[in-house]
Structures are given as C-alpha cells and as structure tokens.
Design a protein around this ligand. Sequence first.
Ligand code: IMP
Length: 200
Amino acid sequence: MIKKRDIVFATRNQGKIKEVQKFFADSSYNILSLDNVGVDIEVIEDGDTFEANAAKKAREVCDASGKMVLADDSGLVIDALDGELGVDSANFLGTDTPYNIRNTKILEMLAGVSENERIARFVCVMAIALPDMDEIVFERAELLGQIAYEISGEGGFGYDPIFFLPKYGVTMAQMDIARKNEISHRGMALRLVRDRLERL
Ligand code: IMP
C-alpha cells in the first residue's frame, strides 16, 4: 500500500478541519490537526491581508512541526459595510461571542438594505509551507452571495447561516459538508491547492 503524505492543517477551527479532512478523504494525503502533531502555539493574526495571515500561520506551524503545512485565512466581506468584516471576521464582536449573536448583529446592521445591495463574498486564501523551502505558495478563491434577511440552517459554521446563495435558494448552513465543498470559497481554494501539490 502506498503511504499517504502528511499535511498539517494549521487551525483550531473544527468546522474548517472537518471540511478539509472530508475534501482529502480519498486522496493520497493525510490531514493532521495541530493536536495530532502536538503543536500548541497560538499564532497572532495581525496581518492586513488574508495572504499575510495565512503565510504567518503556515510558516510558524511548519517551523514548530517540521512538516508540510497548509493554512487557511478566510473571512466574510460585505459590500454594504465597506468591506467589513474582512481579515477581522474572526474577531467581530469579540472572539468568544457566539455566532448567533454576531449573525443577528449583522442582520441588524443591514436592516433596510435592499436585496441588490446585500452582496457579500467569502474569501479564502490557502498558504502552503514546506520545511525545506522559504517560499510560501498561495491559492485564493472567492464565493459571491448575499446576506440573507434571517438566520437559516444548522450546518456549516460561523457566518454560514446568513450567507445566502441565490443560485441554490439556500444559505450555506443548509448544505451538507460535501455540497459545501463543491461550491465554497474553501472548496475552490482546496482544488487549486490539490493541483498545486501535484506539481510541487
Ligand atoms: P480565520 O480563522 O482567521 O480564517 O477566521 C475566519 C473567520 O471567518 C471566522 O470568523 C470564521 O467563522 C469565518 N469563516 C471563514 N470561513 C467560513 C465559512 O466557510 N463559513 C462561515 N464562516 C466562515
């Protein structure tokens, strides 16, 4: 049997880990969590861009684990809020604030905003770091949608219950993981990563 290649996925977000493990389930790669490799460093995400934060996570975890690392930095960009939440999506209203409170607040902030002006996008930047290479490799993907008028769905995580996809008539939280991976920003970026890994 061919041995699978290990990749550490640099996050503690259980929603992201589930999506990435599902994506690579039938591949020649084995996705390890930070706990699997005993890395307990806390990377400070103080970059101004998704790329800067993803690169920082990938490099620091690579140095600590000595393994190939994939790191994702992602967020929700809302046009009617001048591009907020952006790179600070994880900190909106405070890191420990439950997402139903954050999502309710966003709906309140968009009260009275028409359907056409509720455009939003999920952005995902993936960074790959290798122990024997200084260069960081990036892939970026974006998914266009709208901020819904109400919270719907139990699946996914984070801002999924308010991210409405007009083409499918549901929010991202109303999709299962496999379906979400087919269309999401993270799924798109992961397909680019998979192609890139074949060439590395
Ligand atoms: P990060 O860990 O700094 O990348 O944080 C990303 C932020 O965007 C967190 O608040 C996540 O909950 C949110 N986020 C990223 N991807 C998704 C997604 O696929 N669905 C819902 N929220 C997401």
